[in-house]
Design a protein around this ligand. Structure first.
Ligand code: ZN
Length: 259
């Protein structure tokens, strides 16, 4: 591939530009290379995974053993301490997920072992496309999850209602106001704002834009429907146009060049 195509430089916050001297080199060095396709679809080799991801200490997470992209983790630490100093506790409940991990989540829903939002059992939906659409309200197909990248984290609760009042509302308001200062954005805002396509709103899901926006570009160029296969219901991916309708249908604030 022509390397000039690789030099996509995400916009930096003014804050980051002040901290680090040459903005472009800073970002390029954080991304050390255009991610290979297997990384983008959650199938890194163990060696790749260990060079990109770091373990999240249990003080920041609700369980041990989770991994996160090293750059996103550094930024999260800054965000966590800023939040903490204002009485806001941020706790990671999901971070990096492999293709296999996402397959377990997807197939548990596909096969009715996990009941869907709204108390729906996917097994009751006989049309495969309709069944996939119902799962896709909140879960990505294996190969298409931003959690494959290690750049995206779920914080505090997997329930929008939690963020509607009390402590949850304060946390969400803090994130809306401050997360961007640390490079984080909310890819799944209200889908009204995103033209009613893609996943539903997820107030818990935050993405480290300097890396994730590059990964998204790389995904767009390298991943096709032959990569989104090998799990129950994969045949619906192309028919439902999941790359355009889900992977690419995110809040513009998370896309390079937008704010
Ligand atoms: Zn998430």
């Amino acid at each position: 591939m022509d390397t000039t195509e690789n030099t996509i430089v995400p916009e930096l916050d003014e804050k980051q530009e002040v901290q680090d001297k040459p903005a472009k080199t800073t970002i390029m060095s954080t991304i050390d290379q255009w991610p290979a396709k297997n990384i983008l679809i959650g199938k890194p080799t163990a060696r790749q995974r260990d060079s990109i991801m770091v373990p999240i200490p249990s003080t920041y997470a609700n369980r041990t053993g989770m991994l996160m992209h090293r750059d996103a983790y550094k930024a999260f630490l800054d965000m966590h301490s800023a939040a903490e100093s204002e009485g806001i506790a941020l706790r990671i409940i999901s971070a990096y997920r492999s293709f296999d991990h996402q397959t377990r989540i997807w197939e548990n829903k596909w096969n009715g072992r996990q009941i869907l939002h709204g108390n729906i059992n996917a097994l009751d939906i006989s049309d495969p496309g309709e069944r996939a659409l119902e799962i896709l309200r909140f879960s990505a197909m294996p190969g298409t999850s931003r959690h494959h990248w290690g750049t995206d984290i779920d914080l505090n609760s997997l329930n929008n209602d939690y963020f509607a009042s009390g402590r949850g509302k304060q946390e969400y308001m803090w994130l809306r106001e401050n997360a961007h200062k640390f490079g984080f954005c909310q890819p799944y805002t209200s889908n009204e704002q995103r033209g009613f396509t893609g996943y539903e709103e997820e107030k818990w899901h935050w993405s480290y834009k300097p890396v994730a926006s590059v990964y998204l570009q790389a995904f767009k160029e390298q991943v096709d429907y032959s990569d989104i296969a090998g799990f129950d219901g994969w045949e619906t991916a192309q028919q439902l146009n999941v790359i355009t309708r889900y992977v690419l249908s995110i809040n513009g604030e998370c896309i390079i060049g937008d704010r």
